[in-house]
Design a protein around this ligand. Structure first.
Ligand code: ATP
Ligand code: MN
Length: 506
């Protein structure tokens, strides 16, 4: 009786949910829980969004409801005898939001263990059939990017969100279990040349006003001197918020090193920004990066850590998100499950950059970019190595010093540095790391080599001045990992709100 009474509360559903009479009989459960065979016989409340409604001639409706807790929907059976059947239930369409109280029964239907015989259906919100953009299935990913606020309601984006969440959980568990300390490095930074690419400037100045001032002062100078000013209009950032130019971070590495050089094993995991105009399916202007940094780790320890982390993420996703993975395997890329299963069982290959160059040169393959020793590897080279030649993840190490940043440790040969990149099929580089240069004189020399002023890195050099320590670390791009796991071909579809050149509406 309590369940039927609940429908009368439909002006205040929360009151209904918390009514002591109802709680005695019905547990509020997720769709995932309601779908489990061992829920049969329970009185439950589920809440979520309608995916479809079908009406049977026999006087009842099937409503598929999804709440994001799992890939599958729960099927609701709503009889015509329900008091709001004609007025509300028969108006339900994709996107409507409902709360359902009812009995979980074994389902005779295929592909589901259970269904819910509704005792009450409360409609929280209707969605107009004509204007709801997700009325029909099968929209392109390009179109869905234009409705980033609604795409989490689709099968694909729900699955991506759950896999992404699982991966993040595994990342933290992996490091925490190994005694790594989670460090929060700053998002705003004043070091403008961390060697990782173009940066977004952060300012509190009124740029329009500053530009006007600059133009006026230039005019003034011109009329005084009667000639064009040499310097051109400039903005004085020493008057800005931080009394210097400031930027969004391209990497937390340098700051993480300060903690590793005090507390041992650390990692950062946060948003990272690159202002490069790279319109590729593998680059975002804002992405999430995991950066472990560990004292007393050499390059081999670093590789082992990266391999262990990737395998842990893959294993957990396969195990904890089987429904989502089956969906990706069915609809996005027929090889993803097999590939991941194979990878967690096999060793990542380790070969030097020089050996990789040899392989590329002897391959007989025509590449667009040159394969001479000393050149950076391009995606085509990385893909040839992982997809055609080795057919598995490869860790390349010992890169030419000229193409790598100043902080990587110089090898005894003088020509290479202790860098390592993990390359995987389709995505290419997924991890970039190195053993860091811990010798003060060599580090200073490397800075000058790359036209960096050691003075402005005084705090970074102090780590080598006082109790220097061999240490290593790497950066793992979260979105590249999610791309690899799911088979999604565009990185814009594995982050909730992609930021790319010309795109920041949502
Ligand atoms: P790439 O050569 O692919 O542009 P990178 O060498 O500039 O990458 P690193 O500075 O080594 O990248 O960054 C470490 C990791 O961060 C990369 O291995 C990759 O997984 C990820 N990453 C780098 N740039 C981006 C980006 N623009 N969008 C998404 N992920 C990125
Ligand atoms: Mn890199």
């Amino acid at each position: 009786m309590a369940l039927i009474a609940a429908t009368r509360y439909n002006r205040g559903f929360t009151r209904f949910l918390h009514s002591p009479r109802v709680e005695q009989v019905a547990d509020i459960v997720s769709v995932a829980e309601a779908r489990r065979a061992d829920s049969v016989g329970r009185e439950v409340v589920v809440q979520g969004w309608v995916r479809t409604r079908r009406d049977s001639k026999a006087g009842f409706s099937f409503i598929e409801v999804n709440d994001g807790s799992c890939f599958g929907n729960v099927q609701i059976i709503a009889e015509a005898a329900l008091p709001n059947y004609e007025s509300e239930i028969k108006r339900l369409s994709p996107g409507c939001c409902v709360g359902v109280t009812g009995l979980v029964k074994a389902s005779p239907g295929k592909g589901q263990a259970t269904e819910i015989q509704a005792a009450a259906v409360v409609v929280h919100g209707l969605a107009d059939v004509e204007s709801y953009p997700l009325q029909k299935k099968g929209h392109s990913f390009e179109f869905l990017r234009t409705i980033a606020h609604l795409r989490p309601r689709t099968n694909t984006f729900g699955a991506v969100a759950r896999v992404r969440n699982r991966a993040c959980n595994s990342i933290h568990q992996f490091f925490q279990e190994r005694g790594f300390l989670y460090v929060h490095t700053p998002i705003i930074t004043a070091s403008d040349c961390e060697g990782a690419g173009a940066m977004f400037q952060v300012t509190a100045l009124d740029l329009a006003a500053e530009a006007k001032k600059a133009v006026e002062s230039e005019k003034g100078e011109k009329s005084e001197k009667g000639e064009k000013s040499e310097k051109g209009p400039g903005i004085d950032f020493s008057k800005d918020f931080f009394n210097r130019p400031a930027y969004l971070t391209v990497s937390g590495q340098l700051e993480a090193e300060t903690f590793a050089c005090a507390l041992g094993k650390t990692y950062t995991f946060g948003p990272t920004f690159r202002a490069e105009n790279s319109n590729t399916p593998r680059h975002l202007a804002e992405f999430w990066m995991v950066e472990p940094e560990a004292a007393f780790f050499d390059l081999w320890d670093d590789m082992e850590l990266a391999e262990g982390l990737l395998k842990r993420i893959f294993r957990d996703v396969l195990q904890e998100c089987p429904e989502d993975m089956q969906f990706f395997n069915r609809r996005i890329d027929k090889t993803v499950i097999e590939t991941l299963e194979h990878i967690v069982e096999s060793e990542f290959l380790r070969i030097s950059y020089s050996d990789a160059i040899d392989i590329l040169r002897k391959s007989g393959q025509r590449f667009e970019f040159p394969t001479a020793w000393g050149n950076d590897l391009q995606v085509e080279h990385e893909r040839f190595l992982t997809e055609t030649h080795f057919r598995r993840p490869v860790i390349l190490y010992d890169y030419p010093r000229e193409i790598k940043p100043f902080y990587m440790r110089v090898n005894d040969d003088g020509r290479t540095v202790r860098a390592m990149d993990v390359l995987v099929p389709k995505v290419g580089e997924i991890v970039g790391g190195s053993q860091r240069e811990e010798r003060l004189d060599l580090l200073e020399q490397r800075m000058r080599e790359q036209d960096l002023d050691p003075e402005s890195y005084w705090w970074y050099l102090d780590l080598r001045r006082f109790g220097t320590v061999p240490h290593s670390g790497f950066g793992l791009g979260l979105e590249r990992v999610i791309q690899f796991i799911t088979g999604m071909s565009n990185i814009r579809d594995v982050i909730p709100f992609p930021r790319t050149p010309g795109n920041a509406e949502f």
